[in-house]
Write a protein that binds this ligand. Structure first.
Ligand code: FA5
Length: 342
C-alpha cells in the first residue's frame, strides 16, 4: 500500500509537469481526486488491511490527496496566467497616440472666446446669466432709459415681431430683469445673440454676439470699471494691455465711454488690425444711470455700478486675426476649421 501511494505521487508529479492546458489538468483531477479516482479507491482498500497499519496508511493517503490538490491549484493559476499572456500577445494592439484622420467637430470661435471670458469673469466673482433672444420693448429699450421716440432708438435698427415684441438688439436688454432678480450688490455677465437690421460690411452683421457685464455695489466707481476691463483684456490677449476711455453716449450710462485698447498686435504703432490708428475700439461702457437703477428696484442713493457691452463677435475676429466678421456666421467649414483651438 505504501508503495502504491509513493507511485501515485510520482505519477501525479510527472503528469503535472507535462500538462499544458486546463483541460488536461481537469482530467488529472478527476483521475486522482474524483469520486471514482485513485485516492478514493485507495481509501476504500483500507478496510482490507489490519487495524494498526490502517491509521498510518490512511494518514498518508489523506496527505497525498491534499498534496495533489494543492499542486493542481498551483498549476491551475500557472496555466491561467500563461493562457492570458498568450491571449494578450495574440491580440491586435490599438495605439491610442496615433493621430486620427477623421473629421471631429470643435467649438465655434465665438463660443471659444465666450467660454474664455466666462472663466475670467467667474474667477473675479461674477455670475453668468442667460438672456432671451425675443424680448419685450420695455426690457430692450424703456428699462434702459430709452423711451419711445428717443433718438437713440435710431442707432439700433430693430427687427419687430407682429406681436409687438422684438429680436433683442443689445444684451443690455437683460439688465432690468437681472437687477430685479438679485438686487444689490451684484456682479453678473450675460452673453447673448443680438439682431439689428444693419447694412452689412466686414465689421457689421445682422446677427452678432455681445457680452454684457454689470457690477453694482456701494462706492463702485470708474476706477473699478477700468480695473476690471484692463484685467479682462490682459487675460484675453495674454499680455498687459493699455486702455483709454473716450466719452461715448448711451442713454443707460452716465457718464458713458468708449473703451479702446492700444493695439496688442503692433503696440500702437499702426497695423492692419487697428486700421493704422494704433487703438482699437472695443467696448462701450459707463456708470449705470440712476434711472436704470431705479427701474431695476435698486436705490441709486445707496448704490452705484458700472456696465459694459463687449462686442464678442468682434473680439473673436481680433483673437483669431479674421478681417471679415461675416466669415464667422457664414457656416463655411473650410474657414471655421482654420480657427480650431486644439
Ligand atoms: C450697445 O449695444 C450697448 N448696449 C453697449 C453698452 C452696454 C454700453 C452697457 C454701455 C453700457 P453698441 O451698439 O456700440 O452698444 O454695441 C456694442 C458692441 O457690439 C460694439 O462695440 C460692437 O463690438 C458690437 N456690435 C454692435 N453692432 C454690431 C454689428 N452689427 N455687428 C457686429 N458687432 C456689433
Amino acid at each position: 500500500m505504501e508503495d502504491k501511494i509513493k507511485n501515485l505521487k510520482e505519477n501525479a508529479n510527472r503528469i503535472l509537469n507535462e500538462i499544458t492546458s486546463t483541460q488536461e489538468l481537469e482530467k488529472l483531477r478527476v483521475e486522482y481526486l474524483g469520486k471514482k479516482g485513485e485516492i478514493v479507491e485507495l481509501l476504500k482498500g483500507l478496510k482490507d488491511i489490519d487495524k494498526e497499519k490502517r491509521k498510518k496508511i490512511g494518514e498518508s493517503a489523506n496527505k497525498l490527496r491534499d498534496y495533489i490538490n494543492e499542486k493542481i491549484e498551483k498549476k491551475k493559476i500557472e496555466l491561467k496566467e500563461k493562457e492570458y499572456e498568450l491571449k494578450i500577445n495574440s491580440t491586435k494592439h490599438v495605439d491610442l497616440t496615433v493621430p486620427i484622420n477623421i473629421n471631429v467637430g470643435s467649438l465655434h470661435p465665438i463660443t471659444i472666446v465666450q467660454k474664455e471670458l466666462e472663466d475670467i469673469f467667474t474667477s473675479m466673482g461674477f455670475t453668468v446669466e442667460d438672456g432671451n433672444e425675443v424680448e419685450t420693448e420695455y426690457n430692450n429699450f424703456e428699462a434702459v432709459n430709452v423711451p419711445k421716440f428717443h433718438p437713440a432708438r435710431d442707432m439700433q435698427d430693430t427687427f419687430w415681431l407682429e406681436n409687438g415684441q422684438l429680436l433683442k438688439t443689445q444684451t443690455s436688454a437683460a439688465q432690468n430683469k437681472i437687477m430685479r432678480k438679485y438686487g444689490a450688490p451684484l456682479k453678473a455677465i450675460f452673453p447673448g445673440r443680438c439682431f439689428r437690421n444693419e447694412a452689412l460690411d466686414a465689421s457689421h452683421e445682422n446677427t452678432f454676439f455681445q457680452m454684457e457685464g454689470m457690477m453694482i455695489d456701494e462706492n463702485v466707481s470708474i476706477s473699478n470699471l477700468i480695473y476690471f476691463m484692463k484685467s479682462l483684456l490682459s487675460e484675453i490677449f495674454k499680455k498687459d494691455v493699455t486702455v483709454r476711455l473716450r466719452p461715448g453716449f448711451f442713454p443707460f450710462v452716465e457718464p458713458g465711454f468708449e473703451l479702446d485698447i492700444k493695439c496688442p498686435y503692433c503696440d500702437g504703432v499702426g497695423c492692419k488690425v487697428c486700421k493704422h490708428g494704433g487703438w482699437i475700439e472695443l467696448c462701450p461702457c459707463g456708470m449705470i444711470h440712476p434711472n436704470v437703477l431705479k427701474m431695476g428696484e435698486i436705490d441709486p442713493n445707496k448704490y452705484s455700478g458700472f456696465a459694459f457691452g463687449l462686442g464678442l463677435s468682434r473680439l473673436a475676429m481680433m483673437k483669431f486675426g479674421i478681417d471679415d466678421l461675416r466669415l464667422l456666421n457664414g457656416g463655411n467649414l473650410k474657414v471655421l476649421k482654420q480657427m480650431r483651438i486644439k
